[in-house]
Design a protein around this ligand. Structure first.
Ligand SMILES: [Fe+2]
Length: 287
């Protein structure tokens, strides 16, 4: 089972969105879409999402799933916009409820903000399966970067979100609320237990020093041998020390405050005020 995969790179947030198609039918899925957002003006734009929508229309595909690997902290999700254009079910990990509780508190959300994941159409747990035409997707719960992170294994492809990055960049930070370097190490072992020739598609690429092009596709075998954080048999204790030391030096992602408020609502904006405009909050010294 070899799905056809098309990548869409968003240079503003270094995010890769994927369109996955079943070669035997018209069925397809979108993974980790981006809603463009200009923080200074508070304006959203659907340019990036429209490129994916146009691709699906041009190829006369049927969108079955709009999947999220996790609640992203660095870009807004375009899942509701894509769903409104093309249909499909929005899916995320069932531990989203933990993330909603955490950030519901940080943003002092009222009771109208449901913390039960009901904003999503499908909540996936470890081992769940789903269909994209004739392809079967399988869900791995891979926490660490966030408590709700998933890896979607579809045919010979694994969409790992922000667990592993390209081998020369390593792994994702684990210092957001609910993150855990030890959990990330265990999740990575789960991914690395897939067959060596499994194709790995990463959620971001930051063009590691020495490279001149962005890259997003690698394999389990390459990660095991070469990943600068977890490759060559690095121990759990060594990894945790390395990850935590590095995380202590990292600034917050530029769009974390808007991203969390929108993405914990499945990519929808907060309820508009009585003037019809949605507002985002900035918790002063609260994050
Ligand atoms: Fe992330």
């Amino acid at each position: 089972m070899t799905p056809d995969i098309t990548a869409f790179f968003d240079e503003a947030t270094n995010t890769i969105s994927y369109l996955l198609r079943d070669p035997e039918s018209t069925a397809c899925a979108v993974i980790d879409s981006v809603l463009d957002f200009d923080y200074a003006s508070g304006r959203t734009d659907t340019r990036s999402a429209d490129a994916i929508v146009a691709f699906i229309r041009e190829n006369q595909l049927t969108l079955e799933w709009v999947l999220e690997t996790h609640v992203h902290a660095d870009h807004l999700s375009a899942a509701p916009y894509i769903q409104q254009e093309l249909g499909g079910k929005i899916g995320i990990g069932d531990r989203i409820t933990v993330v909603q509780h955490t950030f519901g508190k940080v943003f002092n959300e009222g009771t109208q903000f449901q913390r039960d994941g009901s904003q999503f159409d499908q909540l996936f747990a470890e081992g769940d399966t789903f269909q994209i035409g004739a392809l079967t997707g399988r869900v791995l719960h891979t926490p660490g970067h966030t408590p709700a992170c998933l890896t979607y294994v579809i045919g010979d492809a694994a969409f790992v979100g922000d667990t592993l990055f390209m081998p020369d960049f390593g792994t994702a930070r684990c210092d957001f609320p609910g993150g855990s370097a030890a959990d990330l190490f265990d999740s990575v072992q789960k991914i690395l237990s897939l067959p060596d020739d499994t194709r790995i598609f990463v959620g971001h690429d930051y063009m590691a020093p020495g490279r001149e092009e962005y890259a997003w596709e690698t394999t389990v075998g390459a990660q095991k041998a070469l990943n600068i954080h977890v490759g060559a048999g690095r121990s759990r204790a060594d990894f945790v020390a390395l990850r935590e030391a590095r995380d202590a030096t990292l600034a917050m992602p530029r769009l974390i405050i808007p991203s969390l408020q929108v993405n914990m609502r499945a990519g929808r904006m907060p309820e508009p005020d009585d003037n019809g405009i949605s507002y985002l909050k900035v918790p002063l010294n609260g994050l």
